[in-house]
Design a protein around this ligand. Sequence first.
Ligand code: FSO
Ligand code: SF4
Length: 555
Amino acid sequence: MFCFQCEETMNGTGCTKSGMCGKKEDVSILQDRLIYALKGYAFCNQQGRKKNADDKTFGPFVLEALFSTLTNVNFDAGYFEKMIRETIQRRDAVCQKVCSGACDSVLSGVSKGMADAATISLDKLMTKDPEEIGILATENVDVRSLRETLICGLKGLAAYGTHALILGSEDESVYIFVEKALISTMDDTLSADQLVGLLMECGSFGVKVLALLDTANTQTYGNPVPTAVKTGVRKNPGILISGHDLKDMDMLLEQTKGTGVDVYTHGEMLPAHGYPAFQKYDHLAGNYGNAWWLQKEEFEKFNGPILMTTNCLVPPKDTYADRLFTTNMVGFSDSKTNLKLKHIPVRVDGSKDFSEIVKMAQKCKPPESLEDGTVMTGFSHSATLSVADKVIAAVKAGQIQKFVVMAGCDGRRKERSYYTDFAKALPKDTVILTAGCAKYRYNKLDLGDIGGIPRVLDAGQCNDCYSLVVIAMELAKAFGLENINDLPVVYNIAWYEQKACLVLLALLSLNVQNIVLGPTLPACVSPNVLDVLIKTFNISKNSDVETDMKRLILA
Ligand code: FSO
Ligand code: SF4
């Protein structure tokens, strides 16, 4: 196996025997086979599109498939075998309509790899040498870097697109781009400049999809409002819901009404508390625990069932595995221990039956207390911009010197204490804008406020990064600036997985300059590609708190 898609990758270069995330070699290779099959399917579907003979459900299927290969989503070999089979069936059905078996004319002139992906049989694909279909099959390091950065961006795009789609929002142009981009990763005729152009296009589609998701979330559940969320526990048994899927949150709250069971959010579900539609439920008790990587300790103490709606799942300990449920494209099985997590399927009408989880919760002990305080969330663009006058006045009066975007992911690395230290060391006239689970490194610190404006404004999940873009753009307008780089906004972003890669590409597509990224730079970015990013966007890796404070705040 070879996987270098996340920040945790072995030695900063690539996981080769098994994943630092817990992904086993068999699953990693199956994921490579699935991506290979998707490229072939994309090629055939593009041919079909020219003749209006494309698969009309190509987009949703490909988004789900790509999302499932994102870090910490699915560890179930059986799931990937099924998805590979279905991809080949779908590809062959389109091929039949377009070529009726005579593919040669369509395939003339395409790369050998592309022709193979478009025609390979299921049996051959499943037995093909993994090295011929995986990341290292592209020999040129820079081409590989550009192709794989694009694949990472597509996985992020797929994740956000899937969330929007679950709420009924989609955009055909996104599917057409995903199709084109998948094909481009097999096109040997593309220049490095053309591949860089595709990365920027991916970023632009990222902005589009994040906007689509923002509208879907707020139209369905209302505009989030600033909310103090309890971090302690009550006396009832509870269900813990983790991940990003708000529709699951909605259905779970509805199905637990009057059952004597409380619902707690975990990790990236914390911002759900800000939505008016969820605030009406008295049994939405609070947020339990911290960012995803602490789940082994925290899930053990929760005592009740836990529902994983998306990333980030950590291979579970025996002590709570029987209380852990997956849904959507999340999955886990281990052939050695025969452990397979229970999965809640979606019905054809989009609903789900959580009664098994509720019944289990009713027999469980209440959660053990981890802490007892409050944490703020709900500073979406609408909430933050509703006090825009106050914010602008504070900037003009010199009370706010700078906004520091510290969005992104949290992770296990020790070096991530840097983000806590950086937040603590920031001058008192700075405001942190955040989204994503990176916030857990500083959202429980008492950083105070500036004239009633809290010094940490949590816009929500990484899914809500669009809020930060809207806030920046509206502030630029209010200050009469044409270039958002002229705003008193600096970026010190933490990344872990591919959704963060997409958000980064989205920011670059908006020409955001001088981004500081950490705790490492993505392994998929080769030295030459990094050079291009430095020259075009002046992007850099974070350093130590003192140095970064000097260059970001005091410069
Ligand atoms: Fe965190 Fe995980 Fe949202 Fe990422 S939960 S690390 S960017 O997957 O998803 O912020
Ligand atoms: Fe390694 Fe990250 Fe890939 Fe897991 S997702 S195998 S940790 S690079």
